[in-house]
Design a protein around this ligand. Structure first.
Ligand SMILES: Cc1cc2nc3c(=O)[nH]c(=O)nc-3n(C[C@H](O)[C@H](O)[C@H](O)COP(=O)(O)OP(=O)(O)OC[C@H]3O[C@@H](n4cnc5c(N)ncnc54)[C@H](O)[C@@H]3O)c2cc1C
Length: 397
């Protein structure tokens, strides 16, 4: 059994986080609460209203609460606490409707849906303004025994004692650590947009999944009167259109036989607000760290959104990494324990999510993929997913 000591890592060390996404910000909050000095570097010039709808599951919410006890209450104020998961056909008729009571009874929480950008705002407000540096695109870094020098676009540099790459699936930190690696396109294309509207198809406490034999469309309440719609389709190959009106026309063409109220959601969405997202992951890594540098969230373990675990697992990473740094006697020991706690679990999530993506299209033949009607996780897997308790072999955390 490993033993954790009171940290001998100097609390005055300067920790740099690349990426002010959900994982990077959550980690910055957790580290600052432990007394570490943290600077976050983000490539965006400002926090614009970007991103789609996210489902926050019991495991992710548990870790957000461990990071900062009032976060979940704030998220509830912005987002939507789901009472029902509804499946409809393309005529807009309900096929089944599952209350979330079982989830609440078993795991103490329901799913909360929220706009990615609102959650980014909630997290960013927990940090002093001078700790987030916008318009800082990390290109690469170099490290010595003593420190890490980060290079940004435009020639700026920053020095840190420790570097955390939370810069998403196209992570520059990961690339500097491990070189150019393959990215897997999972043969699934997604188009999504956020729309402020009154909806007859979705009630305020629901998530709705509308399915055909070729694709599906999610309607998600993301708070503040907005819904996020996302349609996903089996697509062995993809090319990203630069003409947004042509893209919108194509989506409507795919939904030709769908009921008019459903098509109206797409019709009422300005074409330039629709984003195409090819669903991708990367092969799991056996190590995330080298020297003074480690990875977190999508930078470490990008996965398909089929189980809705990308952001949720990033919150787990953020808390576990912080505990390791706060309790271990040196950086190497802390990173080793972090990897021990996290790599195996996220590897399973990556594999299961990729399988889930593929299983969404039960292919009878190559031209007729069939979306599954239900996507229930089996009970022991749900327990493993939602009741995660890290450091189970370590007594003093
Ligand atoms: C269609 C879809 C639906 C999803 N649904 C869910 C869901 O329901 N639940 C869920 O948990 N997850 C979901 N996800 C996944 C989730 O969005 C991601 O896993 C999560 O946002 C990852 O957080 P992150 O902080 O690791 O990375 P990101 O959110 O990607 O943040 C990375 C940040 O780093 C910045 N950055 C990137 N490169 C650099 C650089 N070189 N220098 C400086 N800054 C940089 C970016 O601008 C960004 O702000 C979904 C994803 C998709 C595509």
């Amino acid at each position: 059994m490993s033993t954790l000591h009171k940290s001998e890592i100097d609390m005055n060390i300067n920790i740099a986080i690349i990426g002010a996404g959900l994982g990077g910000l959550a980690c910055a909050i957790a580290l600052r609460k432990q007394g570490f000095e943290v600077q976050v570097y983000e490539q965006a010039k400002d926090f614009r209203p970007v991103g789609g709808g996210l489902g926050l599951f019991p495991n992710g919410l548990n870790f957000l609460e461990l990071i900062e006890p009032d976060l979940v209450e704030q998220i509830k104020n912005y987002g939507c606490c789901l009472q029902k998961i509804v499946v409809k056909n393309i005529a807009g008729e309900t096929i089944n409707s599952n209350p979330t009571t079982q989830l609440i009874e078993k795991y103490g929480r329901t799913i909360i849906t929220i706009w990615w950008w609102h959650l980014q705002q909630i997290l960013a407000k927990k940090l002093p303004e001078n700790c987030i540096h916008l318009d800082c695109q990390c290109l690469d870094f170099e490290q010595t025994e003593q420190d890490v020098i980060i290079h940004f676009k435009g020639g700026k540099t920053a020095r840190a004692d420790l570097l955390i790459g939370a810069d998403g699936i196209h992570s520059a930190v990961r690339k500097t650590l491990f070189g150019d690696e393959q990215i897997n396109y999972l043969k699934s294309m997604s188009w999504r947009a956020n729309l402020k509207c009154q909806q007859e198809l979705i009630k305020p406490d629901e998530i709705v999944r509308i399915i055909s034999d070729k694709q599906f469309l999610f309607l998600v309440n993301i708070g503040d009167g907005y819904i996020n719609w996302t349609t996903r389709k089996f697509a062995p190959e993809y090319h990203l259109s630069t003409n947004s009106q042509a893209m919108k026309d194509r989506i409507l063409q795919d939904l030709t036989n769908w009921a008019e109220p459903i098509r109206n959601i797409i019709k009422n969405t300005p074409a330039d607000k629709i984003f195409a997202v090819p669903i991708c992951d990367r092969p799991p890594l056996n190590s995330w760290s080298q020297g003074r540098v480690t990875l977190l969230g999508d930078a470490a373990h990008p996965m398909s959104p089929s189980m809705g675990q990308g952001a949720n697992s990033a919150f787990e990473d953020a808390w576990v990494l912080t505990q390791c740094l706060a309790r271990f006697s040196n950086i190497e020991g802390a990173f080793n324990q972090y990897e021990k706690e996290r790599i195996e679990r996220t590897k399973i999530m990556q594999i299961k999510s990729a399988e889930g993506e593929e299983n969404q299209w039960q292919t009878t033949n190559k031209t007729q993929p069939k979306p599954q009607k239900t996507r229930n996780l089996d009970s022991s897997f749900s327990d493993w997913l939602y009741q995660y308790k890290p450091f189970s072999t370590i007594s003093n955390i």
